[in-house]
Write a protein that binds this ligand. Structure first.
Ligand code: PAP
Length: 329
């Protein structure tokens, strides 16, 4: 594991023009902001990442000890990146160290996003990382190659979020690129046509993998992380095979990691107030830290809209054993 330089990637790198024979046959749909989606293996992939996904499936060489963080967009990726990085790197960088990388780098610059790296043809950067590597993806579980999905030596940590809050977070985030009305986003989300959607299939894919292989796939919910961040840090460390020792517990390391990665601390850092990151497109660091609360949907959805959305989600996840805990519903 290592830090990816903050300067990784340039603006507007054209994705490799490979796989035209496959891409040209895929069904397409429009999502908000008139962005084209390709339907591939059940998931809706945004146009600038479809070739990257195919390239990942073909070229990615897993290594023993690889850790892949997975999530639908806007469900806690930034937070999970920070927590996982701080947990895995704690021997080299104790959470209270004045020179901790998270104090000077945005979490997205500490953990590479494989979807964009492969889309931009920059996947060689992954080869340069020492083991154990920590990476993240928004790909659906069904889109992971068997060399990753079924690999006993690779671990996956998944995070999802109460879907109404996910949608509100997505709406705020896309305003950074171009305005879209909440109702336009809402309608495409009801059809599952958001990037990496349908979000219910995204969630169910990893949910089912975590149920059948709990030692390889850890399933987290944003609301659970909010309720007990220190407990989640302990669980995460155990899952990754790096449980806290008695001495680390006595020194308060789990709590220090949770504190370092809290919204309160990260949002206040210059590293997260200024600058941009991203390989395909650059997003302001501050756009990853908005409110970080549970139940913000209430400020954007009418009760009728919320009921309509809940009904869709309820119908999709029925029988899976999964539920979403939001204190407001
Ligand atoms: P991404 O998919 O673009 O990487 P992601 O990090 O998954 O985004 O989601 C961003 C959400 O996580 C934001 O939620 P909000 O819009 O409802 O506020 C962001 O505020 C929240 N978030 C980011 N960092 C933290 C953190 N350290 N603690 C809690 N929430 C956080």
């Amino acid at each position: 594991m290592d830090v990816v330089g903050a300067a990784a990637g340039d603006d507007h790198i054209a994705p490799p023009e490979e796989y035209e024979d496959i891409v040209s046959t895929l069904p397409t749909a429009m999502t908000f902001q008139a962005k084209l989606l390709y339907q591939y293996q059940g998931g809706w992939v945004i146009y600038h990442r479809i070739r990257g996904l195919l390239s990942f499936q073909q070229r990615f060489t897993p290594r023993s000890g690889d850790v892949l963080l997975a999530s639908p967009p806007k469900c806690g990726t930034t937070w999970l990146k920070a927590l996982s990085f701080a947990t895995m790197a704690r021997a080299a960088y104790p959470p209270n160290a004045a020179e901790h990388p998270l104090l000077r780098l945005n979490p997205h610059d500490c953990v590479p996003f494989v979807d964009d790296l492969f889309s931009a043809g920059h996947h060689d950067q992954l080869e340069a990382l020492p083991s154990p590597r920590l990476m993240n993806t928004h790909m659906q579980h069904a889109q992971l190659p068997p060399s990753v999905a079924d690999n006993p030596d690779c671990k996956i940590v998944y995070v999802c979020r109460e879907p109404k809050d996910m949608l509100v977070s997505m709406w705020h985030f896309v305003q950074n690129v171009r305005p879209v009305t909440f109702s336009d986003l809402f309608e495409v989300a009801c059809e599952g046509k958001t990037p990496d959607g349908p979000f219910w299939d995204h969630i169910l894919g990893y949910w089912s993998a975590s149920r059948s292989s709990p030692e390889r796939v850890m399933f987290l919910q944003y609301e659970e992380m909010m309720r007990d961040p220190v407990g989640v840090v302990r669980e995460l460390a155990r899952f990754l095979g790096l449980p806290f020792s008695a001495a680390e517990e006595a020194a308060g390391l789990p709590a220090s990691i949770a504190k370092l990665c809290s919204m309160e601390v990260l949002k206040g850092l210059d590293a997260n107030k200024i600058g941009t990151s991203g390989v395909l497109a650059k997003y302001p660091h501050k756009s990853y830290f908005r409110k970080g609360v549970v139940g913000d949907w209430i400020n954007h959805m009418t009760p009728e809209t919320a009921v309509r959305f809940d009904a869709i989600v309820h119908d999709k996840i029925r029988g899976s054993g999964l539920s979403f805990r939001s204190p407001l519903v």
